[in-house]
Design a protein around this ligand. Structure first.
Ligand code: NAP
Length: 296
């Protein structure tokens, strides 16, 4: 007798979100069974009911309070931020645990900042290193929750940073920095969604667990990103820089600048024959796709 493994069913939480939309598209393109929900994560009764009704094998949690127009919003709305990013995300994880469902969390790597041990151009932050950036309330909630959430045996935590899509969506890191009056120029780890989101499906499908820095390998500075943007997408693009000190005068919350160590991710994905390109190569390919897609 051949025993068939039960077919995977993906449930994406935060169904109207930017990352959620990309995940849905990727899963549908691959012919996977996928549904979405916008049920509030903190509403325990509704979360349990949704899990019972939809019976997913895998939850992809792309819900979270990110603030509009940006994370500065979280500084003035701390209770609402806690309700989603602390109470909500822990509640959803716990409900998945009780129902025996694998839960992939689209988390953030903006919980570190360069320090003596991790200088610009030096070694990146590894997954097990304690967060050292709490300059924004958003980041503070995310790092504290990750610390607790990783205790659960059903959870895969993927730390994205400055995600970039192949279009000029308002959430795209490139769109953001191309619209600022002035930008800082600091190397950072970035997540090119076209490279990383398919990898998240591989890891989820194989029920991988634990915390992963979820960015392309390496770090790229704002000026390097914008130079490539100018080269491939918008030849007449110009920008101006300012210092971190000058930046701090026009933003409410601090911003994390760091490089994450991606060796754990790269080695794990090797097991599945999947390669994530280095960030400079990845940006070139991304901007070529962007230009071909008509974005200018
Ligand atoms: N974009 C980035 O720069 C970035 C970087 C690193 C990590 N991430 C993380 O990746 C995840 C997805 O980000 P995104 O860029 O796709 O954000 P997004 O476009 O703002 O989507 C997040 C979605 O989550 C929903 N949501 C918020 N609180 C919720 C709650 N308590 N219960 C259920 N749904 C809730 C929002 O719905 P409402 O609008 O109705 O509240 C929204 O549709 C977030 O957790 C974010 O922290 C994002």
């Amino acid at each position: 007798m051949v025993l068939l493994s039960p077919k995977n069913k993906f449930l994406i939480w935060g169904g109207n979100g930017w990352v959620a939309g990309h995940l849905k598209m990727i899963l549908e393109k691959r012919g996977k069974d996928v549904v979405t929900t916008t049920v509030r994560m903190e509403d325990r009764e509704s979360v349990l009911k949704t899990l019972d009704e939809l019976k997913p094998t895998h939850v992809l949690n792309a819900a979270g309070c990110t603030g509009r127009p940006n994370v500065d919003w979280c500084e003035d709305n701390k209770e609402a931020t806690i309700r989603s990013n602390v109470i909500g995300s822990l509640n959803l994880t716990d409900c998945c645990y009780l129902k025996g469902i694998h839960c992939t969390v689209f988390a953030t790597g903006c919980i570190y900042e360069y320090d003596e041990k991790h200088k610009i151009g030096g070694e990146g932050f590894r997954e097990e290193e304690e967060a050292n950036f709490a300059g924004s309330f958003y980041s503070a909630t995310k790092s504290k929750v990750e610390e607790i959430m990783k205790t659960y045996p059903n959870v895969l935590i993927l730390r994205l940073r400055m995600p970039v899509s192949d279009d000029l969506h308002a959430r795209n890191f490139v769109t953001k920095i191309s619209q600022y009056d002035r930008v800082v120029d600091i190397p950072n780890s970035n997540t090119i969604l076209t490279d990383l989101l398919p990898a998240s499906i591989i890891l989820a499908e194989n029920s991988e667990l634990g915390v992963y820095n979820f960015t392309n390998p390496g770090a790229i500075s704002h000026n390097e990103v914008l130079s490539l943007f100018k080269k491939y997408v918008r030849p007449d693009f110009e920008w101006k820089n300012f210092t971190i000190e000058e930046q701090s005068k026009v933003i409410k919350a601090g911003r994390s600048n760091c490089m994450l160590d991606t060796s754990k991710l790269v080695n794990k994905l090797k097991e599945y024959g999947y390669t994530v390109p280095e960030i400079h190569d990845a940006y070139e390919q991304c901007f070529i796709r962007m230009a071909q897609g008509g974005a200018t």
